[in-house]
Design a protein around this ligand. Structure first.
Ligand code: NAD
Ligand code: UDP
Length: 331
């Protein structure tokens, strides 16, 4: 039986595909390459290039593969872009889920693990954020993902498609051998931008706001290593295969790092100065996002291996040094 990974050419998807293959799982990947890279996909996975919204294309994939479960990463995820172009997000993300669930139901595929996000919570009422806290997104990206969670809930009731929604906090790092890593165009995430400055590819980093209600005034975020995240997806599939009910889990470290602390840690790891200027707040940024992640540890048996920010940054820096121009296919 085969695990079908949607968005397996992307940053998190490619690491998950690689981990599945390392553990002997048969993997097929669907990706339109709209933001991903074919070069990121472990060559032992069978690759189908196409869009998950194209139901005929998806039917042909499900006809060719004996799919036991789906892991779904295929979505857009840039918050500021979603504020400018909300319908692009509802079309690709939310409609993508409608089409997918329809085809999964036609082919009687009953398990899906889904990339959700802390952005579904919006501005938290209390820290750390628990899975049972209200989900009130403050941007179309988070809203599109919440709608996808809601669709899965009703598809479970109607068709018995069981899901695990994994609500990621901030994802960082790369496979330690430097062979795959994070390569977004444009890059909007803090750590890869910090490392591009360290590598001399950008002149400086703008920090968005130093007047938040946090110890040093900059936003605080909760980072999880991409390989620990990949591991959580594999555990979540196993959880569904064991016959458990649908569920949602936060994936974070339960520890917060301020943006300035990330810069300091990156200075230590890279030995570079990393010039910083302070810039106005970025619209929609909550002050502090820290996950309560004990549920994933207790229920899924998730035991993240990376509990040290500098170790996470080292793996991302290794990727930057090995691939100064990212993937060259620009798929
Ligand atoms: P990414 O852009 O690197 O990967 C997404 C992949 O999906 C790409 O390869 C892209 O080509 C593909 N794709 C997008 N729409 C598609 C479609 N309609 N049909 C087929 N393929 C399509 O993003 P990422 O950083 O790896 O994030 C993966 C998922 O994790 C996203 O859904 C995102 O919402 C979620 N997430 C990411 C973070 C983070 O920090 N990176 C945090 C929270 C949640
Ligand atoms: N950030 C920043 N400068 C940048 C990019 C990001 O100050 O060039 C800040 C951003 O405002 C937030 C934190 O870094 O406080 C993490 O942002 P990122 O986009 O990496 O992840 P998010 O928390 O939005 O998912």
């Amino acid at each position: 039986m085969t695990v079908l990974v949607l968005g397996g050419a992307g940053y998190i998807g490619s690491h998950t595909v690689d981990q599945l293959i390392q553990r002997g799982t048969d993997v097929a990947v669907v990706d339109s390459l709209v933001t991903g890279h074919q070069a990121a996909i472990n060559p032992q996975a069978r690759f189908y290039q196409g869009d998950i919204r194209d139901k005929d294309f998806m039917r042909s994939v499900f006809q060719q593969e004996k799919v036991s479960g789906v892991i779904h990463f295929a979505a857009f995820s840039i918050v500021p872009e979603s504020m400018q172009a909300p319908l692009k997000y509802f079309d690709n993300n939310t409609y993508g889920m409608t089409a997918l669930l329809e085809v999964m139901n036609e082919f009687d595929v009953k398990h899906i693990v889904f990339s959700s996000t802390a952005a579904t919570y919006g501005e938290p009422k209390s820290i750390p954020i628990k899975e049972s806290d209200p989900q009130v997104p403050t941007n179309p990206y988070g809203e599109s993902k919440l709608m996808m969670e809601t669709m899965m809930k009703w598809a479970d009731r109607a068709y018995g498609i069981k899901f695990v929604a994994l609500r990621y906090f901030n994802v960082a790092g790369a496979k330690p051998d430097g062979s795959i890593g994070e390569d977004h165009h444009p890059e909007t995430h803090l750590l890869p931008i910090v490392l591009q400055v360290a590598a001399g590819k950008r002149e400086q980093l703008s920090i968005f706001g130093d007047d938040y209600d946090t110890p040093d005034g900059t936003n605080v975020r909760d980072y999880v290593h991409v390989l620990d995240l990949a591991d959580a997806h594999i555990l979540a599939l196993g959880y569904l295969e064991e016959g458990h009910d649908s569920n949602a889990f936060n994936l974070g470290s339960s520890t917060g790092f301020s943006n300035m602390e990330i810069v300091e840690a990156a200075r230590k790891v890279t030995g570079k100065a990393i010039p910083v200027t302070m810039a106005p707040r970025r619209a929609g940024d909550p002050s502090t996002l820290i996950a309560a992640s004990d549920k994933a540890r207790e229920v899924l048996g998730w035991t993240p291996q990376y509990d040290n920010m500098e170790a996470i940054i080292e793996t991302a820096w290794n990727w930057h040094l090995n691939h100064p121009n990212g993937y060259t296919d620009r798929g």
